[in-house]
Design a protein around this ligand. Structure first.
Ligand SMILES: [Zn+2]
Length: 343
């Protein structure tokens, strides 16, 4: 019912006359969208289709939005300069090959600035990330019960159908997010053993990363690259020197390989407790101009404290056009204001 109401009312509320009136009362924030996987036929990971991405960008162009780069948005925040009221920013995380092959051309088609946050050891072809490995194990097991021994507990995970496989995948990833990052390789090895699958050393095709030559080609086409750590481990779960190396090592790698890397960091998994003052201080002391999280919300020009520059919120690009329009207009601002008052 809520879905139907949203589908009916959001286009009306987002229409030009209503928006023009409503934005006088609800300031319009700027959405920064993040994209993870693109949908590739025959592959198990759901994602955004190029057609949907095209529809989103077309909506923005048709409705007079300005597509701005993340760098311009951060510089406007830092310098307290203005940006067009109707603006939107796009980012993409990780560095998988499908992102380069299917999403990047759509951004080029619309001349839309894109910041691509990459896991640098993945681009060096030396690792495939722990979260991709966990997903692959669950997608490829033919076992219906997985007994997983964790440091403090033993878990029994049941896979009966597509839905339970998806939910086990989420559960496993969430559990691994909470354990000490040093214990991840052992946990993955135990998971693979209980799931009775042999974890390949090199990533299977669906988890293949771009290489530096491809990155340079994309850079020439106008895409900006920025660091997303070396290995995608959650920084707050790492020892201080390792967290520092994850940040600075990935930046040094980008600087060595590319011509115009952007000094903005993207925290792996990016939730509230995945980073903290320790990481923010490293970024500030090393001259990073900002950092992005995965916390949902808009950015507001002239309404940022310095710390928020290192915790910039982003919306995951929704698969529904209705939610996309909601995030781009005053509707989401009004909804957030209402919820803040209520709770
Ligand atoms: Zn990521």
């Amino acid at each position: 019912m809520k879905k139907i109401l949203n589908k009916l009312f959001v286009p009306v509320l987002a229409s030009r006359p209503v928006s023009a009136l409503a934005t006088r009362f609800f300031c319009q924030g700027i959405p920064v969208f993040m994209i993870h996987r693109m949908e590739v036929e025959g592959q198990p990971t759901p994602g955004i289709t190029p057609d949907h991405l095209r529809r989103c960008l077309k909506y923005l162009v048709d409705n007079d939005y300005t597509l701005i780069s993340l760098e311009d948005a951060i510089l406007a925040l830092r310098n307290k300069t203005t940006l067009p009221d109707k603006s939107a920013v796009f980012t993409m995380d990780d560095g998988f090959i499908d992102q380069a092959q299917t999403a990047a051309p759509v951004f080029t088609e619309f001349n839309c600035p894109l910041t691509f946050f990459v896991i640098t050891d993945m681009i060096n072809q030396t690792i495939w990330p722990w979260d991709a490995q966990a997903s692959w194990i669950i997608d490829n097991t033919s076992t219906s019960i997985i007994n997983l021994q964790l440091p403090d507990e033993k878990l029994k995970l049941r896979i009966n159908d597509k839905k339970s496989r998806h939910s086990v995948k989420q559960t496993v990833r969430n559990i691994i997010k909470e354990i000490d990052a040093e214990l991840i390789p052992d946990t993955l090895a135990r998971l693979a053993q209980s799931a009775d699958v042999a974890l390949p050393r090199n990533p299977p095709p669906h988890y293949k990363a771009i290489n530096w030559d491809m990155a340079r080609e994309l850079e020439t086409a106008g895409i900006r690259f920025a660091p997303h750590s070396k290995t995608h481990r959650i920084l707050s779960k790492l020892r201080p020197e390792t967290a520092r190396e994850e940040i600075l090592g990935s930046w040094d790698n980008l600087k060595r390989e590319l011509s115009y890397p952007l000094k903005v960091f993207c925290y792996p998994t990016g939730r509230l407790f995945d980073y903290g003052p320790r990481e923010i201080n490293i970024l500030k002391d090393s001259g990073f101009i900002g950092a992005t999280s995965t916390l949902p919300g808009h950015i507001y020009i002239n309404n940022q404290t310095e710390n928020q520059l290192y915790s910039l919120p982003r919306f995951s690009l929704p698969e529904s056009m209705t939610y996309f329009i909601q995030y781009c207009t005053w509707i989401e601002c009004a909804k957030r204001k209402y919820h803040t008052r209520r709770y």
